[in-house]
Design a protein around this ligand. Structure first.
Ligand code: FES
Length: 73
């Protein structure tokens, strides 16, 4: 799990596999930890490679895997 507070900026991606088990060491990305710990399966999120996205790293967002500004609250 990340201890970073602010969002991770990504661009140029057409999709990501988002962790839903909350055990990934590279959250919000799936790192296959769900095979070891259980608790969920990753979800593929389609993205526009022409756009820039902010991904949550503080676990507080209500719009996983995207940052909703909750790290500032
Ligand atoms: S590591 Fe969490 S869903 Fe894969």
């Amino acid at each position: 799990m990340s201890d970073q507070e602010g969002p991770l900026t990504i661009t140029g991606k057409d999709s990501i596999w988002a962790c839903t088990c909350m055990q990934s060491a590279h959250w919000p990305f799936c790192d296959a930890s769900h095979h070891t710990f259980g608790g969920g399966e990753p979800v593929e999120i389609q993205l526009d490679p022409q756009k820039t996205y902010q991904l949550c790293q503080c676990y507080k967002t209500k719009n996983r895997p995207f940052c909703d500004g909750s790290h500032n609250k």
